[in-house]
Write a protein that binds this ligand. Sequence first.
Ligand code: AMP
Ligand code: GLY
Length: 418
Amino acid sequence: MNILILGGGGREHALAWAIRQNPKCDRLIVAPGNAGIANVAECADLDILSRADVLEFAQENAIDFVVIGPEAPLAAGVSDALRDAGFLVFGPSQAAAQLEASKAFTKEICDACGAPTAAWARFTDAASARDYVTAQGGPIVVKADGLAAGKGVTVAETVAQAHEAIDAIFDGEFGEMSVVIEEFMAGEEASFFILCDGTDCLPIGTAQDHKRVGDGDTGPNTGGMGAYSPAPILTEALQDQVMARIVRPTVAEMAARGMPFQGVLYAGLMIDNGRARLVEYNVRFGDPECQVLMMRLGGQVLDLLLACAEGRLADMSVNWADDHALTVVMASKGYPGSYRKGTPISGLEGLSETSFAMTFHAGTATGNGQVIATGGRVLACTGRGATLAEAHQRAYAQVDAIDWPEGFCRRDIGWRAL
Ligand code: AMP
Ligand code: GLY
């Protein structure tokens, strides 16, 4: 098979690394890819948000299967364009991708299917949103309603902070948007990943990530500084509860509305007293959660993604090893604020690349014959082992072998579970 993966981050490196291991994969192209992906696949320069460009590229290269990594091409309807032209695609339609693109849409779906989530209200002007927050009191959560790259959420301790967040949204900080105000949910967060083919669902793993930039979960929020899988808090009983009360009802509701969900549903959950509620859905793999999932699933992931795209999930199961994976993100100093680009990284050549230890690249390129950092999150050092401690040791051994003076990482990934 000729396979095209869209994206160029750590998530796509992990997907490419796993898919490549499957003998069904003949030719693998990743667009745009990065310096690490270039070791396992061909990289192609392509505007992945352009339906026309992606379609033309897929036709010219006789692609048999397209895997869409990030949310932006999904929200732009790239999957629809490809499917309409007869391509096999992993990733939801533009309509179904609203589960991530619109907070209000997801809340309406939850209400319609009875899925437990925080109480909420939506406003299109600042004054009514402010009045509502004043009446409710803090802590309370303010969300810009639209894709804001994870930056549109404020967990406000006080009414004053919530008012500030509302004003920022209506000042157009995130473009023209409405606001969703939510009840604050206490508890522990975990992520649950479920393949859905429009009708059937297959859980493919749990993870917990570290969103704050600093050790001890301090400092500003990021896209994720590390993750581990499985998430011990998501017991089998809780997974069953989430499938029965949240995931299956959502998938049925989406199908009933004529927008069947096909792809991976990434359920962000809040767990409190043995009860799970939905925080949010994403319609793609998490980054860096994908790195730990791929490390554990390996080459079978291609069969699973194909079954998902072909509507055959009912016949599939996952072969689980009793293992653990952990990934540590190395980022450019200054991230999530401003940082220098183009700083050189060495020590990568000496790292072994096995099914127990892989350094996935998130934001790298080759410059002057050397690997350079091109983004905020740059590498994801990933280990797998029989225990989480073993996975942790293998991940940090990679970190310690890498020589990148302009980079940093958290030293405490996995602390909660270790
Ligand atoms: P979201 O983009 O909706 O996932 O929100 C980002 C983060 O904000 C989540 O991962 C939670 O840590 C936090 N958060 C969002 N909504 C709530 C809520 N209703 N209660 C408590 N924390 C929340
Ligand atoms: N790690 C969080 C995300 O991918 O959204």
